[in-house]
Design a protein around this ligand. Sequence first.
Ligand SMILES: C[S@@+](CC[C@H](N)C(=O)[O-])C[C@H]1O[C@@H](n2cnc3c(N)ncnc32)[C@H](O)[C@@H]1O
Length: 288
Amino acid sequence: MSRSWTVLELLRWTSEHFASKGIETARLDAECLLAHALGTTRLKLYVEFEKPVLEEERARFRELVRRRAAERVPVSQLLGEKEFWSLPFQVTPDVLTPRPDTETLVEAALALAPETEAPLRILDLGTGSGAIALSLATERPKAHVVAIDTSEAALQIAAQNADRLRLSDRVRFAAGDLFEPVRGEEFDLVVSNPPYLARAEAAGLPPELAHEPEAALFAGDDGFAVLAPLVDQVGEVLAPGGAFAVEAGSEQVEAVAERCRRVGLEAVEVRRDLARQPRVVVARRGES
Ligand SMILES: C[S@@+](CC[C@H](N)C(=O)[O-])C[C@H]1O[C@@H](n2cnc3c(N)ncnc32)[C@H](O)[C@@H]1O
């Protein structure tokens, strides 16, 4: 008979195992996966350190640990969920796992678009899990949001997330390239976290990214294949005085800001993320 393991022993063993495989967040990952296998929370693990773990719970945990260490599946996909803007988002291999840095974009967008008498019209281009669109819809309870993506599979997940958050009546999902599904419409706020990695960067990236959709990560040889037409065309769907906020790589932000000025957008500014890196460009269409 195999010996019994306590919560603490499993955590220690797994943290060391993950660290030996080069996983930087070894202890955190071990805690998240063990909590998931036991059907509890990370916080509760701390008062259950001495509790023995049942064999069937351990078998569930072992499989999660194997997939994390050997296949480098991101924790978010193993749990099927990621918190963003304090909201729960379902995550699958069809959507990018929402990143904490993208909360900078949500914050910047909210500052640009206070609630108004007439419902705000918001557009999220490249919605993925719906993280940005649904966070904005939560913060602006009268707003109507359109969320576009080229990926039908991503839109299905985003729609399920909208259902779970009871936002489906104010969020419309549309499949298509860039602004094509909303030609002729106008928005008070346009936001986007488009793919912005250059193909050439692929080799040096963390192995976890192989589990995320390519279309969510890569944008041509230079990383501007979506950002460039996005900035060039955004004026066509912005209402007069409408606001624009877009995320980009820290080394791309200046070029994006310059492009915004070139296409005639006003009040162009850069916002920094939690690590103080330039991350988001904000701008406005003039009033005329
Ligand atoms: C970086 S992910 C962002 C997902 C989500 N908004 C977030 O911040 O977590 C980019 C998303 O844009 C979508 N996308 C890529 N190219 C697009 C295009 N030309 N038009 C519309 N959506 C596009 C991808 O399918 C992906 O879901």
